[in-house]
Ligand binder design. Structure first.
Ligand SMILES: [Zn+2]
Length: 431
């Protein structure tokens, strides 16, 4: 299991200009090789392999002397990354690789020979970069690390991301299974009835601040002026802060859910399809659902727990979670997203629309797992059996292993008919 630790680094002025050179060199090399392999692809139907790209390197270094200023393994990492990008493209996992731009985030990777010196607050890089001041906030995992990436954000901060290869012991979960429904009113709703929200007030405040700074930037017409440069940096700074606040929330909530539950059940997003609806598009990309699911998945794996997606077209919002019978949505006018509670004709209860959906997601995911593992039991009675099959016994450690609740948990139980766009799986008509 790989795990990346990101720390902030503080290069000196001299190191900054060396890094600028390296960022430029690797970007140039990437674009050069992408061009070469695209030409080869058009002519022969095949891209260049890593070995073929590496063969071009010595001649390039001779022709463009400055290219050799970057550490050789850093350059070789570029051909490695590009050839992987092509493999991913050919195997249908990714889009065709793009040219790299000098605007926005820059990065380089050191595949080996880096030394971490947490006691002295340094990282020692091979080649001309040398020793860079580093702030290590938390203890490093007791494991081998491989690649170290250095990146520079648009706001001018530098980070090193260290990739550890860690063997983790499975963590005994507190609960057997949980269903998670993602929504717009609440960020996440779980089958146990909890609702979680992004720190909306803080984000709104930061957004207002960003708007103000963007307006100021727009007023500075002279593209070359120092003042404009400064204004641009301020916008980038606040944008960085906004994404850090969001990511912090996503990390904490995904860790909590992945840690506490043996089986984590979610809907596959197919966000790409959803984003075609322009009204939902901004909301969805703002929410960071895709990033959240990625985090849930790798954290679940890290803890030795199971992450299970169900198909987005499963009608999770249109079934009674007690009887699994379809709720007649249209006749009752329940297709309106404003209606948050549904009087169920089957079990005679009033279902909270989102919690009901989360329970359905959990049941469906467990059903999928059951068919995968061939257990002849119905979804409602399956959790215990399934958890035994999947591994860890959950009862052994009781509640003692519960981590400090770090998510911004907000229990917003029953609220009357809020006005919002509803959750993902709900019918999006009229939105
Ligand atoms: Zn019902």
């Amino acid at each position: 299991m790989y795990r990346a630790i990101k720390v902030r680094i503080y290069p000196t002025d001299e190191q900054e200009s060396y890094l600028a050179q390296c960022f430029g060199n690797t970007r140039w090399l990437w674009n050069y090789m992408l061009n070469a392999t695209t030409t080869a692809y058009k002519e022969t139907g095949k891209g260049l392999s890593k070995a073929a790209m590496d063969k071009l390197l010595p001649a390039l270094k001779k022709e463009y002397e400055w290219l050799g200023l970057a550490y050789s393994q850093v350059l070789q990492r570029v051909t490695f990354n590009l050839s992987s990008a092509f493999v991913n493209f050919f195997e249908g996992r990714a889009k065709y690789p793009n040219f790299k731009s000098k605007h926005g985030k820059q990065s380089i990777q050191y595949p080996q020979n880096v030394k971490l010196m947490p006691q002295d607050s340094f990282i020692k890089f091979p080649g001309n970069l040398g020793i860079v001041k580093t702030v290590f906030h938390k203890g490093l995992p007791d494991a081998k690390f491989t690649t170290v990436s250095i990146s520079k954000n648009a706001d001018g901060r530098y980070y090193a991301s260290i990739l550890f290869n860690q063997e983790d012991e499975p963590i005994a979960a507190i609960n057997e299974a949980i269903g998670v429904d993602l929504g717009l009113k609440n960020f996440a709703i779980t089958s146990d009835g909890s609702k979680y929200d992004l720190p909306k007030k803080l984000l709104a405040k930061l957004e207002r601040n960003r708007k103000r700074k963007q307006k100021k930037l727009a007023r500075k017409k002279d593209k070359t002026s120092n003042k404009r440069q400064k204004a641009r940096c301020l916008v980038a700074k606040i944008s960085g802060k906004i994404s850090r606040v969001r990511e912090d929330f996503l990390h904490k909530l995904s860790r909590k859910i992945a840690y506490e539950n043996q089986v984590i059940c979610v809907e596959d997003l197919a966000v790409k399809n959803m984003v075609k609806n322009p009204n939902l598009a901004k909301a969805i990309s703002d929410q960071g659902w895709g990033m959240f699911l990625t985090m849930l998945k790798y954290k679940a794996e890290r803890f030795g727990h199971t992450y299970q997606e169900i198909n987005r077209f499963f009608p999770s919002s249109q079934l009674c979670s007690e009887t699994l019978l379809p709720i007649p949505m249209l006749q009752k006018g329940y297709d309106s997203l404003k209606i948050r509670f549904i009087d169920c004709p089957h079990c005679q209860k009033q279902h909270d629309r989102d919690i009901n959906a989360a329970i359905n997601i959990k049941n469906e995911a467990l059903r999928l797992l059951v068919s995968q593992y061939g257990l002849g039991v119905s979804p409602n009675e399956v959790t215990g059996e399934l958890v035994r099959v999947l591994g860890t016994s959950t009862s052994a450690q009781g509640g003692d292993v519960r981590p400090k609740t770090s998510g911004r948990k907000k229990s917003t139980k029953s609220e009357a008919i809020p006005n919002d766009l509803g959750s993902l799986h709900s019918p999006v008509r009229g939105v």
